[in-house]
Design a protein around this ligand. Structure first.
Ligand code: PXG
Length: 462
């Protein structure tokens, strides 16, 4: 089967897919009973299926296509680099221009003294690297006992053994021996679902102080690092109360714990600044980046570390870690071109000052819908909580996930892609979304909510 010449009919693709393709995070038999949706093309904020139906992609793929689809410049950058040097490694005292240029560019963009870059091909790999770096850093400083990394329940940091352990997804920890030892999870700052009668400010402080309590229980001499997403993405776009991050920063500083900000979703403009850390005044020692780094056009991730961490690593002999594709030249060239477009076209500024405020205004209006418990948004990342009773922030007791699934399907019916996380609908559209496209997104979302409400009434859940 060659793709350029003749793409087979959709049903043939679906049959071959069912016969040969194992999908990520998917119940295979359930999928094969239905058949996969085939996405064939995309441009701007729109994706098109094999039958030619267009959908507004309010998820930017999987939280990653920040500059939107169809930018020829990235294809051209890849072609140029493939012709010149398609591959070379960065082991054995070698380097190449794209890896040098991208590491220097990331050091320039990154906040507060983050100056050195270790490349990977994904967010998962970069977080595995971070686990290694954090432990090696303390070992090199003569404190090998500082090996525990504290993370949060319902965090997402990737799907390898290391990064899946760092994450706090219970459905992942139920399988295959995860989590690995010396990873400890504390509560998340999810006020809507877990805040009870506390004010958001008090709840944010209480959840941050779980970090201090846990460090106290384990002993400061055991804890290497704390890792967290500035805003949790896959967990349901959990925007922490404003009190949360300053307290976390204070605790990490007071107890000599490395702070790892996982910017895989928040980075490259998503929150209205280049990095979520800047939106929340976080001063990380290590930052994980991927996704928006190349707008998803090619796989690339990285750990961006402070000069202090880099100096300790560099002075500690050989770091026995690396990937064949660390600093892949074509991926680096595409990431550089993506960053050039973000900068020259003022796309982060557009997210902050044009698209963000416009989407926020229209998105928050959905809060009046009878199926909606809460609406929240920061920059261009937002969520809607579906609830049978807004006044008490009630969940769909005994039917968790049903409303979200119905709503996700209704979104497809209404030609908009939103993702459901149990009964939370989440969005993270391309940053280049226009005001007109925001109108389309929100009106289609409202139609999907209407349709879901009717279905839930028929099922007796509302
Ligand atoms: N950190 C964060 C914060 C992420 O969101 C990763 C690390 C891992 O990156 P890679 O490139 O290894 O996938 C992610 C990835 C979802 C979903 O269902 C989210 C992600 C990946 C797959 C599915 O929302 N985020």
């Amino acid at each position: 089967m060659t793709l350029e010449s003749n793409v087979p009919p959709t049903d043939t693709l679906q049959e071959l897919d069912a016969a040969h393709h194992l999908h990520p995070f998917t119940d295979g038999n359930a999928l094969n009973a239905e058949r996969a949706r085939v996405i064939a093309a995309a441009d701007g904020v729109m994706i098109r299926d094999a039958e030619g139906r267009e959908f507004l992609d309010a998820m930017a793929g999987l939280w990653c296509v920040n500059i939107g689809y169809g930018r020829r410049e990235l294809a051209d950058a890849a072609t140029r680099q493939m012709r010149k040097l398609p591959y070379y490694n960065t082991f054995f005292h070698t380097t190449h221009p794209p890896a040098v240029a991208l590491s220097a560019k990331l050091a320039e963009l990154a906040p507060g003294g983050l100056s050195h870059v270790f490349f990977a091909s994904s967010g998962s790999e970069a977080n595995d690297t971070n686990l290694r770096i954090a432990r090696r850093y303390w070992a090199a400083k003569g404190q090998p006992g500082k090996s525990v990394v504290i993370s949060r329940l319902n965090a997402y940091h990737g799907s390898t053994m290391g990064s899946g352990s760092l994450g706090g997804m219970s459905y992942m920890h139920g399988q295959d021996g995860l989590p690995i030892p010396d990873i400890v999870h504390i509560g998340q700052p999810y006020w809507y679902a877990e805040g009870g009668n506390l004010s958001p400010v008090d709840f944010g402080l209480a959840r941050a102080r779980e970090l201090e309590e846990t460090i106290g229980k384990l002993g400061e001499d055991r804890v290497a690092a704390f890792i967290a997403e500035p805003i949790q993405g896959a967990g349901g776009v959990i925007i922490p109360p404003d009190s949360y991050w300053p307290e976390i920063q204070r605790i990490c500083d007071a107890h000599d714990i490395l702070l790892i900000a996982d910017e895989v979703i928040c980075g490259f403009g998503r929150t209205g600044e280049w990095f979520g850390s800047q939106s929340y005044g976080i001063r990380p020692d290590i930052m994980t980046v991927a996704k928006g780094l190349s707008s998803g056009y090619l796989p690339i991730g990285a750990s961006v570390v402070s000069s202090q961490v880099a100096d300790v690593l560099n002075a500690s002999g050989e770091f026995n870690h690396g990937y064949t594709y660390s600093g892949h030249p074509v991926a680096c060239a595409v990431a550089l071109e993506n960053i050039r477009i973000l900068e020259e076209e003022g796309i982060v500024d557009h997210a902050k000052n044009v698209a963000g405020p416009c989407l926020a205004e229209r998105w928050m209006e959905l809060g009046d819908h009878p199926l909606v418990g809460e609406v929240r948004i920061r920059g261009l990342i937002g969520a809607i909580e579906l609830s049978p009773d807004r006044a008490i922030r009630a969940p769909f007791e005994g039917h968790c996930g049903r409303a979200g699934r119905l709503c996700r399907e209704s979104c497809f019916e209404n030609q908009v892609v939103m993702r459901s996380v149990y009964d939370t609908m989440v969005i993270s559209p391309p940053l280049i979304i226009t005001e007109g496209e925001v109108e389309i997104l929100v009106s289609r979302a409202r139609s999907a909510l209407d349709r879901t409400l009717t279905q839930l009434q028929v099922e007796g859940l509302m």
